[in-house]
Write a protein that binds this ligand. Structure first.
Ligand SMILES: Cc1cc2nc3c(=O)[nH]c(=O)nc-3n(C[C@H](O)[C@H](O)[C@H](O)COP(=O)(O)OP(=O)(O)OC[C@H]3O[C@@H](n4cnc5c(N)ncnc54)[C@H](O)[C@@H]3O)c2cc1C
Length: 362
């Protein structure tokens, strides 16, 4: 029997595994063939390409502490430029701090205005690599192992994996997105779990385009631009000048930009990479003069990845967690306790502390 099983090897699951694996026996099960969930850095020909999250809120204390504990605190870095630009359908102009968020229709806390985000020098994937190495040294990590069912068994729980394998555990932490978590918990918690599974989510497609510097006739002296809601075409919301926003993201004489789309379900399913690259080029050409073609591109699809933290979801999570007390099943991750990297780390830490407390009580 495993003392603790963690379902999901994204940032929250890995953080909890790190904190619990000394002194407990931990098994982490991840459905995909890789760890990291919504964090995935690709490094190719000198380019550092973020396919998922690119950084975390400046005010975060949890992420720098985690990086320091992993011995990679010196890899943290801030933005190289702070100025953001906005495109209103006609022209590009420099925005005041916080105005970029208004363009996109969301609020930024006053304290965060103008501070930008922080990241890791070689990309956010460095945090996952360091976490994975530390966790793999002390716990059992199994990739490509999706959990399909959960039941209570004695004081603990029994998990059934895809393919039929069963694992018993004293405590189980579910660190997945809301839908898989809700579906796993539905047989035990009925409508309380269905309500969490039904939480609204948004999808994202990002397209990174790499060019020789002279192909973009613009100083690129900003973090990038956002597109005003009423001027958006094909769901293109924003573009990051990746090699300007962060230092050391490409070799000398090279640049890359990352375009962020909010796709419909149909677009997500039917458009191939070439179609997304064509949309990205059209969106970029609307705003800046592009004189050459990209010589590399990376399309990243994230279907239903981003939780919409509306009142209904907050209440559904609170009600389900109240019913799950006092264990042996727990939830962690940015699908439940606030979106983003900082929230995922804090949630993983808090879940680990609760589980450790429960084990020391029993
Ligand atoms: C394109 C994009 C850009 C983003 N940019 C930023 C940013 O700049 N800053 C920021 O703060 N946040 C950003 N985010 C959000 C941030 O990446 C996430 O909030 C955070 O990484 C979520 O971590 P998590 O561990 O909670 O969940 P996830 O990363 O979703 O991990 C959950 C894991 O559970 C696994 N899993 C699911 N079901 C099962 C199952 N049945 N059995 C086993 N395993 C299962 C999944 O495969 C996955 O690996 C971005 C997200 C996206 C998609």
């Amino acid at each position: 029997m495993s003392e603790i099983v963690i379902i999901g090897g994204g940032l929250a699951g890995l953080t909890a595994a790190l904190r619990l694996s000394d002194p407990h026996r931990v098994t982490l099960l991840e459905a995909r063939p890789r760890l990291g969930g919504q964090i995935l850095t690709h490094r190719e020909a000198g380019h550092v390409i973020e396919r998922g999250a690119e950084g975390f809120v400046f005010r975060s204390e949890a992420v720098p502490k985690l990086a320091a504990d992993l011995g990679i605190g010196d890899e943290l870095m801030g933005q190289a430029v702070m100025t953001s630009m906005g495109f209103d359908g006609q022209q590009l102009r420099t925005l005041a701090p916080g105005e970029a968020a208004t363009f996109l229709g969301f609020q930024v806390p006053k304290d965060d205005l103008g501070k930008g985000i922080r990241t890791m020098r070689r990309g956010m994937g460095s945090l996952i690599d360091a976490l994975a190495a530390a966790v793999e040294a002390r716990a059992t990590v199994r990739l490509g192992r999706a959990v399909e069912a959960l039941e209570l068994a004695g004081p603990g729980a029994r998990l059934t994996l895809e393919g039929g394998e069963r694992i018993d555990a004293v405590q189980v932490l579910i660190a997945t997105a809301a839908r898989p978590a809700g579906l796993l918990l539905e047989p035990l918690f009925g409508e309380l779990a269905s309500a969490v599974a039904a939480g609204k989510t948004l999808s994202s497609v990002t397209v990174e385009l790499a060019f020789a510097r002279e192909a973009l006739d613009h100083p690129l002296d900003a973090t990038g631009f956002v597109v005003a809601l009423e001027a958006q075409q094909h769901g293109l919301r924003a573009c990051t000048f990746s090699t300007s926003k962060f230092a050391d993201r490409a070799a000398q004489g090279r640049v890359s930009v990352r375009l962020f789309f909010r796709p419909t379900a149909e677009e997500l399913e039917t458009l191939d990479d070439a179609a997304w690259v064509a949309r990205a080029m059209a969106g970029l050409r609307r705003v800046i003069a592009v004189t050459g073609e990209p010589d590399a591109s990376w399309v990243s699809r994230w279907g239903n990845a981003l939780p919409a933290f509306d009142e209904a979801h907050h209440s559904a999570v609170a009600a389900l967690e109240a019913a799950m007390e006092p264990g042996p099943l727990w939830l962690a991750g940015s699908a439940f306790h606030g979106s983003g990297i900082d929230a995922a780390v804090r949630s993983g830490e808090q879940a680990a502390a609760r589980i450790a407390g429960r084990l020391s009580d029993s």
